[in-house]
Design a protein around this ligand. Sequence first.
Ligand SMILES: Nc1ncnc2c1ncn2[C@@H]1O[C@H](COP(=O)(O)OP(=O)(O)OP(=O)(O)O)[C@@H](O)[C@H]1O
Length: 264
Amino acid sequence: MLELSQVSKLFNPGTADEKIALTDIRLKLAPGDFVTVIGSNGAGKSTLMNIISGVMKPDYGEVLIEGKPIHALPEFQRSRWIGRVFQDPMAGTAPRMTIEENLAMAYARGKPRGFRLGVNRSKRAMFREQLQRLGIGLENRLRAKVGLLSGGERQALSLLMATFTKPQILLLDEHTAALDPARAELITRLTDQIVRDLGLTTLMVTHNMEQAIRLGNRLIMMDKGRIILDIPEERKRHLTVEQLLGEFEQISGHQLSDDRIVLG
Ligand SMILES: Nc1ncnc2c1ncn2[C@@H]1O[C@H](COP(=O)(O)OP(=O)(O)OP(=O)(O)O)[C@@H](O)[C@H]1O
């Protein structure tokens, strides 16, 4: 489904500012894998997401989705294949447009140019049904401007929009980090529900260790541009936060330095 082979990325090569972001990343995800990603500051997590989504090119190596190199795909196909939710609730939605207009935009993503962006009766009924599944009452506010929604509501809408057309890969980039604990928990629950219902192949970067253990069927740990540990489901199920941090320290030789870390 998703395969990274020997992916490397260096910023500002040959200058005093040279930074190794990724070194020889090899990773294979099977269809339906839900992988949580943790790591220290500057470990390369965001660069990894940027490269998988195709917005950044690796210096070396390749990213394949269903056997096809992602960087060779036209933009419209990439946007249909990859759904992404960012940390910033403002990032995934258009604030001046209504909820239904935002959903119409997400629905048209990856469809041929000229596909109608408008909202007709049958689309509205479908949007309402999808919003109902979130369970936060957005189905009654189809014509509300998205800029008026709370951060949590907006992130729930972003999640729905990113998964609307069942992407091949879902990338979640610390998507609960900017929310208060109650809203973060709501988005976590919705994420788990949507990923399971649709059987989406998912990579989720998180600073919440308990969440990293609880969600998904696999956990990878990154440090200094490398994947230093890949924990399968059976091991993850019995893991505690203390054990996870202990393993990190043992393998990397230093403590997990993450200024946004949440232990649970
Ligand atoms: N555009 C850029 N130009 C130069 N260096 C960069 C750029 N983007 C990232 N880096 C560097 O590459 C390394 C990996 O950064 P990246 O943002 O991928 O890490 P991260 O694991 O997401 O970190 P954090 O958890 O702190 O957000 C870091 O050393 C960072 O300073």
